[in-house]
Design a protein around this ligand. Structure first.
Ligand SMILES: Nc1nc2c(ncn2[C@@H]2O[C@H](COP(=O)(O)OP(=O)(O)OP(=O)(O)O)[C@@H](O)[C@H]2O)c(=O)[nH]1
Ligand SMILES: [Mg+2]
Ligand SMILES: [Zn+2]
Length: 357
């Protein structure tokens, strides 16, 4: 761990530069202020966390606990002053998670405290409306602003069609399209990269997430895949998640491509992505309408009149079923988070009072 306090020449960033705000400040007990240091998790390794803050940066031993209680990339962590030990994770402002690949109900945390989620898709084979909607639901549920980026526009003739298709998915959705290897990437994304903002890139393998990180950083910080032959298909070039500070002062997180994105807890997220369908559903005669052959079904009427795409209804229902199967309600999750935050805080303040370590 590097103590930065004694180096007057170090280009010291403030807590705010790392993304700190009153939401986190409020969570610190008076006793903790002198005994701990807040740091941001930049990367998670097998047996250590890479962290950085105004007062130190380096590696700390991770906390042990349930999936949601351990630190993930983007988290704010209190570490003991003078010792590389994590004390507790501060309550998050946002949490992106998914159902871990394969079967079972295991959760995988993707990123914490992200302000904007950049959904990356390429203008060729990867472009898929259902997948984009899935990512949009993930962002909506986590309370994170989505931004759609379409890469590889140099490989197709009609970029405008892809961008228009994406814009139709959600009211007010911002869509940018560029060649990720060019200066256009930075030019298009610059307005989003303000000091202290945290952004994360998600999308399938090979769409150009790491290429974007490199283009906007001005250096090759992330490895990208140059040749994708049949042998390399399915292999991910980026294997872990990491947070990078950009020249303008924003934080950008690269993630490995996700082959399977299972949504959790998306009941509300889905309605936000499909406000048209949700609104029609509320106009059905029966509140438990299955939108199949019920009399007075507003959705079937809209499909018959051509104002709603039957495929869009199917995708909406699929995401809803998935969310209902895997999710606890938002209120439940929130209550659990708060309980957890309070519990950790109390345990730690008690410990400080009795100095029992
Ligand atoms: N022609 C073209 N190639 C691109 C563009 N963006 C990325 N590529 C290329 O696509 C390949 C994959 O890019 P990466 O940035 O490694 O993709 P990734 O999304 O990080 O992939 P994973 O790390 O496996 O998830 C590289 O060869 C890039 O040079 C683009 O806009 N146009
Ligand atoms: Mg990558
Ligand atoms: Zn109906």
């Amino acid at each position: 761990m590097t103590e930065r306090k004694h180096d007057p020449h170090a280009d010291r960033l403030s807590l705010k530069d790392y993304g700190w705000n009153p939401h986190f400040e409020r969570q610190i007990a008076d006793e903790e202020r002198s005994a701990t240091r807040p740091v941001r998790v930049l990367a998670v390794h097998r047996d250590s966390l890479e962290v950085a803050g105004p007062e130190f940066e380096g590696r700390v031993t991770p906390l042990i606990g349930e999936t949601e209680d351990v630190a993930t990339v983007g988290d704010w962590l209190l570490v003991e002053a003078g010792a590389p030990r994590a004390v507790r994770v501060l309550e998050r402002r946002s949490l992106l998670k998914r159902k871990a690949a394969g079967t079972g109900r295991r959760t995988q945390l993707i990123a914490a405290n992200v302000d904007t989620l950049i959904l990356v898709t390429s203008a060729n084979q990867d472009f898929n409306t259902a997948r984009l909607e899935r990512y949009l639901a993930l962002a909506a549920e986590a309370g994170v602003t989505p931004l759609v980026v379409i890469t590889k526009v140099d490989l197709v003739e009609d970029t405008a069609r892809y961008a228009a298709d994406a814009r139709r998915l959600m009211p007010g959705l911002v869509v940018e399209a560029f060649d990720a290897r060019s200066d256009d990437a930075l030019a298009c994304l610059q307005p989003w990269f303000t000091r202290g903002q945290t952004l994360a890139l998600v999308g399938s393998s090979g769409v150009g997430k790491s290429t974007i990180v490199n283009s906007v950083s001005g250096t090759a910080v992330q490895q990208t895949q140059d040749i994708r032959d049949d042998d390399s298909r399915g292999r991910h070039t980026t294997s872990g998640r990491s947070l990078h500070r950009l020249p303008g002062g924003a934080w950008l997180m690269d993630t490995p491509g996700m082959r399977e994105l299972q949504i959790m807890d998306v009941a509300e997220g889905v309605d936000e992505v499909f406000p048209d369908v949700a609104e029609l559903a509320s106009a059905c005669r029966f509140s438990d309408c299955a939108h199949v052959s019920e009399p007075g079904c507003a959705i079937q009427a809209a499909i018959a009149s051509g104002s709603l795409d039957a495929e869009r209804l199917k995708r909406y229902q699929k995401l809803q079923r998935e969310g209902a199967r895997t999710g606890e309600s938002l209120a439940e999750a929130h209550a659990r988070n708060q309980r957890f935050g309070r519990m950790q805080k109390n345990a730690y303040t008690q410990k400080l009072k009795h100095r029992e370590w």
